[in-house]
Design a protein around this ligand. Sequence first.
Ligand SMILES: [Fe+2]
Length: 185
Amino acid sequence: VYKINTVGSITKDNIKNLKSLVNALENGVAFDDIESLKHIEITPEEVSNYAFWNKNHYTRNCISKSKDFELLLLCWEGNQKTKIHGHDFQQCWVNVVKGEFLETLYHYENGEMNEINQSSIAKNESASVEDVKSFHILHNISPDRGMTLHLYMKPIQKCQFFNEDSQSLETVNLSYYSFKGERLE
Ligand SMILES: [Fe+2]
C-alpha cells in the first residue's frame, strides 16, 4: 500500500529530480516504500558535485541527512563491490544513476550465512535492497565507473559485516568519504 506524507505543496508527484527529492526529504516527506523512488530519474550530471571515487574501495558520499533520513551517493570503480553486510535494521532504497549492479541476498541464521537470491539492477531502476533482517552484497558488474543513490530511513551509523575468514559478524562504524560535496579526510 502506497503511503506518503504531504508537506505543503511537496508530494511524491512533484519529486522529479535530485533537487526536489532533497527538498522533499528536508521538509519531512516520508517514504514508506520503493514506489516513492521508482519514477525518479537521477542523471549523472545532477550528482556530479557529490561524486568522488577511490581505486581501492567504493565511496560513501553524503548529499543530505537529518535525524530521519540519510541520502548518499555511492561511487564505484569498475567491478568494485561491498562485503556481505546488513543495514542495522534500517530500510534502504537504491536507485542506479550509472552502471549496472548485481545484488546478492543472504540470510543469516544459526551462525551460517546462506545465499538466497541474485538479481541485477540496471540504470534508472530502483530497488529496496533488502528487508530488515537480511544481508547483501552490491556489486558494480560494469568495468566502468558506477553511481548509486541510497536513501536510508533512518540514518545508519554502524552496520554488520560478515567476515568470511572467521565466519562471524563484525560491527563497523560507517563514515563518509565526502559531505555535501566536500571531501573529508
Ligand atoms: Fe547495503
